[in-house]
Design a protein around this ligand. Structure first.
Ligand code: AVI
Length: 333
């Protein structure tokens, strides 16, 4: 699972006899330079895409079921209620592109509601999960061309050829847009805008700004699953990048930064120490942290600003009963 890719490391699938195939990539290890650059920065950082090796992807599935982590349930509530409206807006024979397809739960709601969907392109960095989901969907939806793309979707990527004349509708659920800095979010959505083209659309999930207490609990759950998810990043570096992190000397910390409107996740060193990473010594003060993730929370004004900057127009904005989460239907302008 790469954290960056080039043309060679992109694994584009070919569908043969309806069975999606993922072409093996030559390089599946995290990129040393990006990790070392982050660990030599001030403050120290690691990119959140490193969370999602196979263990991290499984831990994230568990997070989505935690009582404190309301995001997934709130979004599913909206998608279940509005799938028919989304299908009406999208029209027939749509080619769906999902950025970060994960376990493939939400897409089934759209595939079931859409009229004769033509194609589905799941894009994900977790290769094992992508292959499994693509195979399952190919069996369940034999009329839909499944074209999995094993890639880091935060970077520019080539979209595989799709059925002629089909409208492209992108799907970016889960409020993963919140994991981008707002400026990067606009650049990323601008790329999505270009991928869907004129007449295309985007179904976007966005977490709403809310009380610090609710947000802090969602990112520091009582069962410690989010802590395990965060610490797995170091375990992964030990496995894949010959790092020597002693996980018992780091602790998970998550809090809502109200001024920046984001939840921050950090791994804090409990002791002064030097850790060897890919052959290089990294010095940690006691209490020094590695910033592993930001999760920006949007109010209406900020969301509209983001959407407009990226070249979309808001056609519909739905929320769940408890008004925690938005699903937006955006049209490319
Ligand atoms: C994937 N992403 C939207 C999650 C979030 O809420 O920012 C990742 C996550 N991090 C901790 N818990 C969940």
């Amino acid at each position: 699972m790469p954290i960056t890719h080039d043309e060679r490391s992109l694994a584009v699938s070919a569908s043969r006899h309806g069975v999606p195939r993922i072409v093996p990539r030559p390089d599946a290890s995290p990129v040393r330079e990006e990790v070392l650059h982050g660990l030599h920065s001030e403050p120290k950082t690691l990119p959140p895409k490193l969370f999602y090796d196979d263990i991290g992807a499984a831990l994230f599935e568990r997070i989505c079921e935690l009582p404190e982590y309301y995001l997934t349930r709130a979004e599913l509530e909206v998608l279940r209620k509005r799938a028919g409206e989304i299908a009406e807006l999208a029209g027939p024979r749509v080619a769906l592109l999902e950025y970060g397809s994960g376990a493939g739960v939400k897409i089934r709601l759209l595939l079931d509601a859409l009229e004769s969907p033509a194609a589905y392109v799941p894009i994900d960095i977790s290769r094992e999960q992508l292959g499994r989901v693509a195979r399952e969907l190919a069996a369940e939806y034999p009329g839909v061309a499944i074209r999995p793309l094993n890639a880091d979707y935060t970077l520019p990527l080539p979209v595989p050829p799709l059925p002629q004349g089909s409208r492209r509708v992108a799907f970016f659920p889960g409020s993963t847009i919140g994991n981008f800095h707002p400026m990067e979010a606009a650049i990323f959505l601008g790329r999505v805008r270009r991928a869907v083209g004129r007449g295309g659309a985007l179904v976007l999930g966005v977490d709403r700004r809310k009380s610090a207490a609710t947000l802090n609990a969602a990112y520091d759950d009582s069962a410690g699953v989010t802590a395990a998810f965060n610490l797995n990043m170091l375990a992964r570096l030990n496995r894949d990048l010959h790092a020597h992190f002693d996980l018992s000397t780091f602790e998970h910390r998550a809090f809502f930064n109200s001024r920046a409107s984001r939840v921050e996740m950090h791994l804090v060193s409990k002791v002064e120490q030097i850790v060897k990473v890919a052959g290089e010594p990294i010095y940690f003060d006691k209490g020094e942290s590695i910033w592993t993730e930001s999760s920006y929370k949007y109010d209406r004004a900020r969301l509209e600003e983001l959407i407009e900057t990226a070249g979309f127009r808001m056609r519909k904005l739905w929320t769940n009963r408890r008004r925690q989460f938005w699903v937006a239907y955006l049209e490319a302008v």
